[in-house]
Design a protein around this ligand. Sequence first.
Ligand code: BG6
Length: 494
Amino acid sequence: MSSIVIPVEPFDLVIFGGTGDLSMRKLLPALYRRDADGQIPPPARIIGLARADQTTDDFRQEAREALQKHIPAQELQAEALERFIKRLAYLHNDVTHPEGWGDLVALLNEQPNHIRVYYLAVSPSLFGVIANGLAKVGLSNGQSRLVVEKPLGHDLASARKLNQAIGAVFDESRIYRIDHYLGKETVQNLMALRFANALFEPIWNAHCVDHVQITAAESLGVGSRGEYYDKAGAVRDMVQNHLIQLLCLIAMEPPYTFNADAVRDEKLKVLRSLRPLQGRAVLANTVRGQYQASHDSPSYVQEAGNPDSRTECYVAIKAEIDNWRWSGVPFYLRTGKKLRAQMTEIAIVFKEPTHSVFGEIETPMMPNVLSIRLQPDEGLRLNIMTKDPGPGGFRLRDIPLDMTFAEGRAANWRMPDAYERLIMDVVRGNQTLFMRGDEVEAAWAWIDPIIAAWDASGTRPDHYEPGSRGPIASVEMMALDGRRWREIEAKEHD
Ligand code: BG6
């Protein structure tokens, strides 16, 4: 198995906030890797733009250090690195000053035929300002694309405002809203699994599926991001975007074709069929948590620098989809910081056989589970019941049919980072893996009443031990339904 590299058209990528964390930690490493693989054509340029008064040489030096830090040494080839560094240019520009745009215009107009990508790695409060700035100096023409990333609002009203601000300059077909989960290899595999195999479609519904669990557990705390995080919380940071997007991909109807609007139309229908959670239903169907301190690590509220914080860094939600396919099948979502292990997984738990022909046997029947692991240990696993070989009576055993993606690959094969695929998709003009404005708004419309009910209740998040499975109340929420969460573990049991 090997990858096939299809070069993209020449482009100029302008990173607003080019010296920031996202640029240095994710965007430049992803671009370097695509370049090293030969996907980026020679004339393409990457322009970092920020307020700092520094030169291209300074920016190149900063980028070089970032690449050395974020890419393993064996992947950094000297020749490829030098070629990549030469593509970089830096412009200092305070985007709030109208007179600061001249240098960018001059630089981009050197290559009038290049595709132009404007990546806004800045605070959302600047999205509208930058879109307008680009329009005023004539840089928002048909060959240009705008890339934005979360937080795309903190509620429905602010998300609408953002959509309007950028939509006034760029039409929807040129706006790329990144949710990096959609660029993960396994998430795309989920679509292959569902729509390239006849096997699953007949059982992908309420007749055969008992429930679905979507877990994004992290072992790290909020660390130095406490200040940002405390204004957001797990539901805004992870559920409104990543987890809901995963839910949509699991639950959506097959699109008539694999193109951007066909896929996004189907996801939107799922969002609109989510049963609203309001008032008391919110308290019954959600659990919030905050990790406590341990002997050697601070608590959530300490890291957030806010002793009175009611912000959740763990959340579990029981969601229901009111449509024909999923009626009565709960989708349990949970995410949290400082849990037992890092694990992101979707588990489709099937119903048990309606009748046991084996009568009374020692070994219990286990439901079939299809687990889709996003990280670590990416792959698919289908648990089925088999007869335990050998004598000793008729014993059943739960065996996984395992497809770990890394297996069977060359030793130096690596799983591409989500940003590699997503940035190249922007250049190619393919929006399939990006969120449309109406999807973002529909997700907020479902989330807003949940946050409102928490606020109105005056209750606080439960505490949980760092390194644990989260608050006890989340186990109880499942137990009330006669179900259990899947284990949070870095590697699945053999
Ligand atoms: C980000 C959140 O969007 O996703 C972070 O802001 C979270 O809080 C991260 O840690 C998780 O991403 P991944 O790819 O590591 O699962």
